[in-house]
Structures are given as C-alpha cells and as structure tokens.
Design a protein around this ligand. Structure first.
Ligand SMILES: NC(=O)C1=CN([C@@H]2O[C@H](COP(=O)(O)OP(=O)(O)OC[C@H]3O[C@@H](n4cnc5c(N)ncnc54)[C@H](OP(=O)(O)O)[C@@H]3O)[C@@H](O)[C@H]2O)[C@@H](O)CC1
Ligand SMILES: [K+]
Length: 494
C-alpha cells in the first residue's frame, strides 16, 4: 500500500475535490469512521470526551462528537483548543454540534472516559505546548483510553517524531492511506492499533501524486521473486560467495552462507583466509570452501567461478588486509555486493573514495547499516532531527548509488531512484546476535538469482522478519535460515 506524506495527502484531498468528492463530505466520512471505531473498540467507556483543535482535525472531532451523541447512548463532551477559522469545514462541523463546548484548560479527564484526540493532525506546524500539552498530560495521568484522529496530536505525520508532546493512543484512525509517521518510530508505537479508514477518496487521485513510498508487502516484489527453471543447473540458480573473517570469527560468514543456500542460491562458497580454513572445514557440508590470501585471489575466484553475488562484512574484520579486499570488490568488479557489519565500518573510513566507486546506472551495491553504522557512514545525515528515517535512507541511497537497508525496528529500504519502503512486520525476536548476518545472506541469494537489488532487499527484509515471527521466543539466528526457507517456499507457491 502507498504511504502518503501529509503534503501528498493534502494533494489527494484536492484531487478528490476536483473529482467531485467535496472536503466537507470527506470530513463527514472521517467523523463517521472515528465513531464506528470508537463504538467497536471501546465498549466499556462510560462517557466520551472529544478534544477539538482549530483545524480540520478538530472538524473531524466535531463530526464524531455529533455522531457519537446520536448513536452511543453515552454522555459526550466537547472541549476545544482555539476556534475554527470562519467559513472553514471545521467551522461548519462545529456549528452542527448542539451540545456545550468547554475550553480545553478546564477539561478534567477521568479513568472511565474515552478521550478522542482531535487537536492536531496533518496540519501540526510546531511543538505542542501550553494548554494543549497540559490537557494531554492530564489525560495520561488519569489513565483514560485514547482514540487519536488521524495522528496522536503532537506526532509528526512526516517523520514519526514527537513535536513537544504526544499521548500514547490505544487506537489511531487515519484516512485513505497511512502516513510515514504511523510507521516510523516512535510514532508507530504511539499510535496503538492503526486503522486506515476508507472515506470515499477514489484511488485514482494517486495517479498524479507519484508517491514513492510503500509499506513492505509481498505484492511489491512477488513478481520478481526467483523461480528456478526446470533446466537450470546449480550455478544458473545463482552462485553466492561469502567472505569469512579470521579463525575466531567464522560463525557470521557461515550464517550468511546458510541463509543464502536456504533462500534458493544454487551454490554457495565461503571464501576463507588461510587461518580459518580448518575451522570452517569442520562445519561446512553443502557449502563450498575456498581459500583466499590476497584481494586478487578473491577477484580471480569471482571471475572464474562466475560468482553472481557476494556478501562481505559479517565477522570480516576491520584491518588493512580487509580494507584492501573491500577496495578491490568495490573498484574492480561489478558483481552485486552486499556490504554489512565490518565492511560498513571499513567503508566509512574511506567514504569519499568508496561511495563513488560504483556509480553505474543501476545499483549493484546493497548496504545494510543499523543506526550506529549509518551514523558512521553518513554522519551529516544522521545528525539532528530534521530528516525522517525515510529521507535519510533515500539521500544515502542516492549518494552511494546503492540500495540501502537502514535497519531497526522500522527498517527502511531505499533505492537511488527515490523508491523507498518501510518494513512493518518486524519483531523483537530479530534483535539477536547473527540476525543481520542471515539478512545479508538472504539478500545475496536473491541477487544471485537475478532479482533486482531493490526488490531483493525488500523481499529479504520481509522474509527475514516473517521467519523471526514464525520462530518467536528463544529463537537464535541459527533457526532463521530454515524458517526463511519455509516462508519463501510458501511465497513461491502463491
Ligand atoms: N486531507 C484529507 O483528505 C482529509 C483531512 N481530514 C482531516 O484534516 C486534518 C488536517 O487538517 P488541517 O490541515 O486543518 O490541520 P490540523 O491538523 O487540523 O491543524 C491545523 C491547525 O492547527 C494549528 N496548529 C498546528 N500546530 C499547532 C500547535 N503545535 N499548537 C497550536 N496550534 C497548532 C494551525 O494553526 P496555524 O499554524 O495555522 O497558526 C491550524 O489552525 C487531518 O489530520 C484530518 O484529520 C479529514 O477531514 C478527512 C480528509
Ligand atoms: K489528532
């Protein structure tokens, strides 16, 4: 599903108006959607308080208050912060509310109350403070249940950051399409359960908006998922090479290799420095093993054995020798390359050179930084709070001419052409040692089988998370490749 920024949503609104669906009509539908979710989700509420701001978010609140009064059988109160602008839809909605309107500073929330937060939504323009903030703080202290209209007030729809203060909602009802702030942290957790209500905006309004952001779902990349032909031999099903680090750190490469094999690569080779060969040999069965000493050894292997993708970084090390290998892989071959962990640390040391190394028309590089690695690689982008995680990932992707998997609870995948995806099926179980190594192997397997890098990255992130969900409590990274195989097998048979 497309994700719209607040500005794109406003455009959708204008387009709908042009297509004959008036904004007043949308506000009615929005208020009704809020009403129906309130009734469905909060059957235990003894009374309802609707907090209305001066804009259209408040307008939705007035409409909901009127509907709730008509159908809920409960006492409904309205408390306002500021008066709607004359002749606005919000003013019209406020005019139709027949009950009393209290000033927000006098509002006294109760524990048995459902509070409908309709202070600010897409139009939040500055930090929430003063009476607004104090009222929301009282709601939190009272422990009332909270339904947020469009967004918890104070939450940026663009970035998911809190401007000043925002309430933890039990449920957030937004309209037409989710916004980045619903899916990026901390916004994602503040929204509670997210409901995306259809308010009658025709999908056709999206055609000239050109949104480039989606929630991650198989529909985005299923068509590109590799399906082996009956005639393919093992190397035609993709040959992945994984570079191992020294003897005491071979587990990470093995996890990547295992994941690559389980994700359908026909052949997987671990390239090992001389001292790690013995340790690896005792652990590998179907995975091949090949010794390398110098960068040239790696390049020769890649060329002669028709390697279709490489993983470098997990347990790799950050010394001079490793730096020379990364440099050769970036500058002397165009083979699709997944750089993770230590490779990102090395990349950061020679940022200026390395980020210019692969600048062909199509990306052949996939970077998988988590928060700390991202900050090392793109310190200027990581600083401050002005850019959202989506904007950071997009700019980084463009700069490095790479697909960037910016990892975290709200992993963002971005391509240099501006496409970006927010992953939404992540799970706490993935925060375990070696989980990232598995992800790198999954990406490499899909790349080696010919999947385009952006789609491969999105698919790998989704499959990885789904595998984590499947395994759940007590899972280790060693369980993930098998679980990923099952997730992929199901997808391929769809
Ligand atoms: N788009 C659609 O299709 C549909 C949209 N709909 C609804 O419209 C909502 C967007 O409405 P909106 O644009 O009027 O903005 P909204 O969030 O009400 O705030 C603007 C007002 O708040 C003020 N203000 C801002 N920040 C403030 C602060 N920190 N502290 C104090 N004041 C602050 C700001 O003041 P100003 O900056 O102008 O001085 C202005 O007066 C959207 O969230 C959804 O609920 C639905 O009806 C269905 C269809
Ligand atoms: K709100």
């Amino acid at each position: 599903m497309e994700i719209l920024t607040p500005a794109e949503m406003a455009q959708a609104d204008r387009n709908a108006d042009r297509a004959g669906v008036a904004t007043w009509q949308l506000m009615q539908a929005a208020g009704e959607a809020v009403t129906s979710e309130a009734l469905k989700r909060f059957p235990g509420a003894a009374r309802i308080a609707v907090l209305c701001g001066p804009g259209n978010n408040g307008g939705d609140g007035y409409v909901a208050a009127a509907c709730l009064l008509a159908v809920s059988g409960l006492p409904v109160e309205v408390w306002r912060s500021g008066e709607p602008r004359a002749d606005s839809d919000a003013a019209k909605a406020a005019g139709q509310w027949v009950g009393a309107v209290g000033e927000l500073e006098e509002f006294s929330p109760q524990p048995d109350m459902l509070v409908i937060d309709a202070l600010y939504g897409a139009g939040l323009a500055r930090e929430l403070e003063g009476n607004d903030r104090r009222a929301l703080e009282r709601v939190r202290a009272a422990g009332s249940q909270v339904l947020a209209v469009d967004l918890p007030s104070g939450l940026s729809g663009l970035s998911g950051a809190v401007l000043g203060y925002a309430l933890q909602a039990d449920c957030t009802v937004t309209f037409f399409r989710p916004k980045p702030g619903h899916l990026l942290y901390p916004g994602r957790s503040l929204c509670g359960e997210l409901v995306v209500a259809d308010i009658g905006i025709p999908a056709g309004v999206l055609s000239d908006i050109g949104s480039r952001l989606w929630g991650n779902a198989p529909e985005l990349w299923l068509h590109a998922l590799p399906r082996p032909s009956a005639l393919a031999h093992k190397y035609q099903r993709g040959h992945v090479a994984v570079l191992s680090g020294k003897m005491s750190a071979t587990g990470a490469a093995r996890l990547s290799a295992e994941a690559a094999a389980r994700a359908g690569a026909g052949a997987v080779t671990v390239l090992s420095p001389p001292d790690a060969l013995a340790a690896l040999a005792t652990h590998l069965t179907a995975t091949m093993l090949h010794r390398f000493d110098t960068p040239d050894d790696v390049l020769t292997f890649v060329e002669q054995r028709k390697v279709q993708s490489l993983v470098c970084g997990p347990g790799f090390g950050t010394g001079e020798k490793q730096m020379a290998v990364i440099s050769a892989l970036l500058q002397q071959v165009e083979t699709p390359l997944v750089l993770d962990a230590d490779a990102i640390t090395l990349l950061a040391k020679e940022r200026e050179t390395f980020l210019k190394a692969r600048t062909g028309e199509k990306p052949t590089l996939v970077l998988t930084p988590h928060e700390g690695e991202f900050a090392r690689l793109f310190p200027d982008l990581a600083e401050g709070e002005t850019l959202s995680k989506v904007e950071r990932a997009r700019t980084a992707a463009k700069r490095a001419m790479a697909v960037v998997i910016y990892k975290g609870a709200d992993t963002v995948i971005a391509a240099p052409d501006g496409r970006a995806v927010i992953n939404t099926n992540g799970t706490v179980w993935l925060a375990t040692a070696g989980s990232g190594d598995v992800l790198a192997g999954l990406v490499a397997a899909l790349l080696a089988q010919g999947m385009p890098p952006f789609e491969a990255a999105c698919a790998a992130v989704w499959v990885h998370a789904e595998a984590g969900r499947r395994e759940g409590f007590g899972m280790t990274a060693e369980d993930l490749p098998q679980a990923a195989r099952k997730v992929l097998a199901k997808l391929i048979n769809r």
